[in-house]
Design a protein around this ligand. Sequence first.
Ligand code: 3PG
Length: 305
Amino acid sequence: MKILLATEKPFSPAAVRKMRELAEAEGHQFVTLESYTSIEELLHAVADASALIVRSDPVTAQVLDAAPELKLVVRAGAGYDNIDIKACTARNVIAMNTPGQNSNAVAELAFLMMLYMARSGFAGKWGTELRGKSIGLHGFGNVSRFMNQIAKGFGMKVYAYDPYVEENEMKQSGVIPCKTPEELYSNCQYVSLHIPLNNKTRKSIGYELLKLMPPEAVLVNTARKEIIDEDGLLKIFDERSDIKYLSDIEPDCKAIFEQKYSGRFLFTAKKMGAQTEEANTNAGIAAVKQIIDYFKTGNDKFRVN
Ligand code: 3PG
């Protein structure tokens, strides 16, 4: 079977080498399309692929139509909002993700951004410390569990809101459970977002929640830019000069931030949360293993459609 790894933002060479070794050892052909710049390159490469591994690369109906042999798409990562799930289902293509594999890398990046901002961007000015501050985890999945551990190491007080996780589970992890998002945002100087992008969460974080945050509030977004209501974000930034926004991807309103809110934001140009050798290896190997296993035994444990 031909397995195509198509990544506009490439994995580390070590991760790709390990993926290739694993696939070839099982008799599969392993082909890479890295750092591609046009959709045509992807359409051409998928033409005879039986399995496709992607990162945030859009897998649209057009891509699927160009891949008549395709049985399986694996998103090497957690969020699969880049995959047209309905189009996959309509074409009998199985879609999977590899949850949890890059969670630690994302949590470390969130803290990197928080510390950088807390120390005023290393500009020689005084800053603040994380110890003793409160952090709210919006969503208590894989990334949040690492966030909790790291936050505890920094001596932070950790709150979480997640309607899909039992309160007891949070308590056992030493986290204070909140019953509503409002409770979370009111209690926490830092709020870190760990929710997927879907129709319920799109533009769900905006003015009404952010206005509840205590003084010197910091919103940390290593999830998706689309979960933010950017009009609401700009409104609270206009009203309150103490609030800051750290995002692992540039928002659409980046130019306004640059013009009006200097020193109050930090944006990565490309999504960097999962960009470590360890995360690439974990997610890449998991993706290849899932494909091998599916073709061998039909195991579709991480199926999302
Ligand atoms: C994920 O959903 O797993 C992360 O956002 C990583 O995305 P990336 O593979 O595009 O870096």
